[in-house]
Design a protein around this ligand. Sequence first.
Ligand code: FES
Length: 162
Amino acid sequence: MSNERKFSPETEAQFQKLLTRYPTRLAALIPTLWLGQEEFGHLDRTALAYVAERLELPMSQVVNTCTFYTMFTPVARGKFHIELCTNVACWLRGCREIQQVVEDELGLKHKQTSADGMFTYEEVECLAACDKAPMCQVNGADTYNLTPESFRELIRGLKSKG
Ligand code: FES
């Protein structure tokens, strides 16, 4: 294997376990992409080539699968990955005002990362919490019933952790 990427021993153990749980290597592709993203931070072409090698799959198949799902990223994200739902329930309940707070507090628009690497902001489709709209996720953790004030407080709290 000539790829410069390599799973850590812990990730390699998880990968080997995955291979026993799926009937084919193709079936293990998405969970292996997750492992790769966790291990390498993002899935650039080198990381995708490593996944393809390990699963003995064509690179085209790995790239096609990876680029279909928005939860996989080809570029490094900030320390805090903010995903704001802008789908219909969140839109009707005021996510536009939340977007304005992102612009005011962070100066970011959709898919931008702050220069200091602290924040990446993305607008996403429904995150299945419509009854608690508007909502967002930060590094995968949900926050519900946002108001401009509560979201501003959330952002300022994250800034203080920088
Ligand atoms: S529309 Fe925002 S969580 Fe469903």
